[in-house]
Design a protein around this ligand. Structure first.
Ligand SMILES: Cc1cc2nc3c(=O)[nH]c(=O)nc-3n(C[C@H](O)[C@H](O)[C@H](O)COP(=O)(O)O)c2cc1C
Length: 212
């Protein structure tokens, strides 16, 4: 006879991984946000806690390049970026979904990226230790036809995620959708995004338990 499996007391259950899901488009409910919503379904189905951040709602102001963060690791610009910093800091995993704008990411998302300079200052100038690695990745939607492709949007995103201590683990590129709901005709892409959401939760659990 086998003993029934012990259920850990409620207080000892590991917290669900928090997955920060960044919607980078200035166009609400467009293609990249719909793709992100499919990804979020996957996160939720896998028992993760998805936190959706719609960048354009935050009205962020650009980095001034004042280098003040190189003194103490803190940004002096007073706006809602402090809410974004706490979402970044509490995330176990981060995914960015963005359209391609002139081969890179839209301006509002680039502003958020530039405002991550304090993280760079803390590790590279102030030599503070970085926290544990977290997994992440990117969903990219381009209308297509631009000879310069999506590489710049992806490289820019990889650069900032690396500074945030995120290991780039997954990526989905969708080419063609242009009008706001075009992505709804791309069932395979939406399904792929959903399964990547599941995958990221399992990666986050693995990173957490193995202390990567
Ligand atoms: C200002 C602007 C620039 C764009 N530049 C590109 C580009 O360089 N390459 C590309 O493939 N698509 C480009 N597009 C098309 C968008 O990537 C496409 O419409 C995408 O589906 C928008 O996603 P969204 O609905 O999430 O905003 C551009 C669109 C706009 C508005």
């Amino acid at each position: 006879m086998t003993a029934p499996e012990a259920t850990p007391p409620a207080g000892l259950q590991p917290a669900p991984p928090r997955v920060l899901c960044v919607a980078g488009s200035p166009r609400r409910h467009g293609n990249s946000e719909r793709l992100l919503d499919a990804f979020i379904r996957g996160v939720n189905n896998a028992g993760g806690l998805a936190e959706k951040l719609v960048v354009v709602d935050y009205g962020l102001t650009p980095c001034r390049g004042c280098n003040r963060c190189s003194r103490d690791g803190v940004c002096i610009v007073q706006d809602r970026m402090h809410e974004v910093y706490s979402l970044i800091d509490s995330a176990d995993a981060i995914v960015v979904s963005s359209p391609v704008y002139f081969a890179t990411v839209p301006a509002a998302l680039k502003i958020l990226y530039d405002r991550c300079q304090p993280y760079w200052a803390r590790t590279h100038v102030l030599k503070q230790p970085r926290g544990p690695k977290r997994p992440g990745g990117m969903l990219v939607v381009g209308g297509g036809g631009d000879p310069f492709g999506n590489g710049c949007a992806i490289a820019t995103t990889k650069s900032v995620l690396a500074v945030l201590g995120v290991q780039y683990e997954l990526q989905l590129e969708v080419e063609g959708p242009d009008a706001p709901r075009d992505i709804e005709d791309r069932a395979e892409a939406l399904l792929e995004a959903e399964s990547l959401g599941v995958e990221l939760v399992s990666l986050a659990q693995h990173f957490r338990s193995s202390g990567v």
